[in-house]
Design a protein around this ligand. Structure first.
Ligand code: ADP
Ligand code: MG
Length: 346
């Protein structure tokens, strides 16, 4: 099978995607014919024959690169290589986007694949767009009976006095974040009113809406979910923080934070976490795979945080580690993701 792997992306998470893509490509080695397209930070698509090491080092543009495009025409089912001498074609059986954040994990690329009639690994347009929007995702999870943090949304022209009043009503500390972003970009913990407006303005650098929500006590747990109809879950993991939030540096370097797989929680709690994760996955119409992140409070309440429809995919990332804990290594995860995509073949 020819698998088109998309990596990079016009997103603040470009760099993270390079590492995930290297993980996925290594896990596919020998079983698929790989077609790789790097999307630059500016959003240009380039076919590349660079291997995972060069991709990981962001050196993939040093070799031969050819401007490329996925035709939206359903009859094409191929990657078009836009060479000076003319248009070349490489057949594509399935697209595996390994893109994080805007313009990749948010339903845009998924829409292009659906339009082109190409099987797609992971969530489709609807689930991707909903999961990228933390506010709408909370509303749907709440309707499905899952507890969510109390909070409110502000747009660019927000009224400062009103924002302070509403934040106070939640009681300090509060978390302020872009409605649509990832990798902790623009996320702040605010402990008193003076910090609120700068935090909102910071969040609004990444998106045109900011979410202010109550701080949930306890710790974060994640749950890997795979499937279309019948769902399989990984073993939930636990984020042990030394600081106030799981920020960009901690996520990728784990300087003071630690990840525990499985989470150090009783089996009944782990079962409840899995059940809640499946419920959220269904409420957001997820398919293929997603990582559902939840908070576990000291009283044992499970509170929804967010869904990552394209979670980190390096060999040490959370999703693969959670699946490895139930006996599926990254190669098996990738095979399953492709098999699930082919079930959906348009
Ligand atoms: N309401 C909250 N209560 C407690 N911690 C939070 C809350 N919201 C976010 N955090 C902390 O901030 C981190 C990043 O926020 P999150 O909403 O998960 O954004 P991202 O999509 O960037 O991962 C979380 O991993 C968690 O440590
Ligand atoms: Mg998160």
């Amino acid at each position: 099978m020819n698998i088109l792997v998309l990596f990079g992306g016009c997103s603040s998470e470009y760099e993270v995607s390079l590492h995930s893509a290297a993980g996925v490509i290594r896990a596919m080695a020998g079983r698929y014919r790989l077609v790789t397209v790097g999307i630059t930070r500016e959003g240009n698509w380039l076919y590349t024959e660079a291997g995972p090491d060069a991709i990981e080092r962001d050196a993939w543009r040093e070799g031969r690169c050819v401007p490329a495009a996925l035709s939206p025409s359903r009859g094409d089912r191929s990657l078009l290589l836009l060479e000076a001498a003319g248009t070349g074609r490489i057949g594509v059986d399935c697209v595996f986007p390994v893109l994080h954040g805007k313009n990749g994990e948010d339903g845009t690329v998924q829409g292009l694949c659906e339009l082109a009639g190409l099987p797609l690994a992971g969530c489709g347009v609807l689930a991707s767009a909903l999961a990228m929007d933390k506010h709408r995702a909370h509303e749907l999870a709440a309707r499905a009976g899952v507890e969510t943090p109390r909070g409110f949304v502000l747009g660019r022209g927000y009224e400062a006095a009103r924002a302070v009043r509403q934040a106070k009503a939640l009681s300090w500390p509060v978390f302020v974040k872009p409605v649509k972003a990832g990798s902790s970009y623009g996320v702040s913990r605010v402990t008193e009113r003076d910090g609120l407006l700068p935090a909102i303005d910071e969040a609004l650098r990444y998106d045109d809406e900011a979410l202010v929500e109550q701080a949930v006590p306890g710790f974060e747990v994640g749950c890997a979910v795979m499937g279309n109809g019948a769902l399989v879950t990984g073993e939930p993991d636990e984020v042990e923080l030394a600081g106030d939030l799981f920020d960009y540096t901690e996520k990728y370097q784990l300087l003071t934070a630690r990840l525990h797989v499985p989470a150090r929680i009783p089996p009944e709690t782990a079962a409840a976490v899995k059940e809640t994760a499946r419920r959220v996955y269904r409420a957001l119409a997820c398919r293929g795979f997603a990582r559902v992140d939840l908070f576990l409070t000291p009283e044992g309440r499970i509170v929804f945080n967010e869904v990552n429809t394209i979670p980190g995919f390096t060999a040490h990332s959370r999703f693969p580690s959670m699946m490895a804990a139930v006996g599926m290594d990254l190669a098996a995860v990738v095979d399953r993701a492709i098999a699930l995509a082919m079930e959906d073949r348009p």
